[in-house]
Design a protein around this ligand. Structure first.
Ligand code: 6PG
Length: 240
């Protein structure tokens, strides 16, 4: 489902309203809400809006459990850390208890960090399907999402889990949920805005089916819903 905003502010508000709805739904049904955050810079404004006076009281944050779709292999206090960005823009302003935040432990070697995170997710779901209530994803200008980058081995991973791999393009190790794990989610929402993403959006929507070139094409929830929150700049080609 496409949600197109005339500009970033309209888009971010639409996405915040969507998060509020999904949280209310999950908390009503199961008493809690599991959300997987995206890294990068796009989610910052969404986090800030959710933590603002306008939105903070729309969700019972004490029932929300936070996970990450991927992480750069840097210390948790490194400026590139996705965890640090979320801590500053969401967890601290909302006084989220650390017991409700599950970050990838980059103090471990990459492979161990990935397997430890996999165990954390399995433990959270207590033997039931690893189906997150909502996974938020970004889109790189090369059509990557999470840390599923073009031309990497993780794109062929069939395991429902978490992988660590060195990404030549960004010259760093990354830890990422695999596409099969992402696709178990009840709801998946991409948040993509800005002209720089228009080509990647077009490739994902209109390009040949080629997950090695356009990894975001891997994202197709098996039973859940798929939403694209985009501004008109990013969605230009698909609106023609
Ligand atoms: C990361 C993200 C990555 C991000 C895209 C878009 O760790 O960088 O998970 O997949 O969502 O690269 O990043 P921007 O929002 O900064 O454009």
């Amino acid at each position: 489902m496409l949600h197109i905003g005339k500009n970033q502010d309209e888009l971010i508000k639409a996405m915040a309203d969507f998060v509020v709805l999904r949280a209310a739904e999950a908390i009503a049904e199961q008493g809690k809400f599991s959300i997987v955050l995206s890294g990068g810079s796009s989610p910052k404004k969404l986090h800030e809006l959710l933590a603002s006076d306008r939105y903070r009281n729309k969700v019972d944050w004490t029932r929300v459990f936070f996970f990450f779709g991927d992480e750069r292999y840097v210390p948790a206090d490194h400026p590139d850390s996705n965890y640090l960005m979320a801590k500053k823009t969401l967890f601290d302003p909302l006084n989220i208890s650390q017991e409700h935040v599950f970050r990838m432990d980059t103090s471990l070697p990459p492979a161990e960090a990935a397997s430890a995170y996999e165990k954390t997710i399995i433990r959270y779901f207590g033997g039931r399907s690893l189906s997150f209530d909502l996974i938020i994803l970004g889109l790189g200008d090369d059509a990557h999402t999470a840390s599923l980058f073009p031309g990497t081995s993780v794109l062929s991973e069939t395991k429902v889990g978490v992988n660590a791999l060195y990404i030549e393009k960004v010259k760093m190790d990354r830890i990422t949920l695999t596409a099969p794990l992402i696709n178990l989610a009840k709801n998946i929402a991409f948040l993509v805005f800005g002209e720089s993403k228009a080509v990647a959006v077009n490739q994902v929507f209109r390009g040949d089916r080629n997950i090695h070139l356009y990894p975001a094409q891997l994202i197709n929830p098996s039973n859940g819903t798929l939403h694209w929150f985009m501004d008109t700049a990013a969605a230009a080609a698909v609106l023609l």
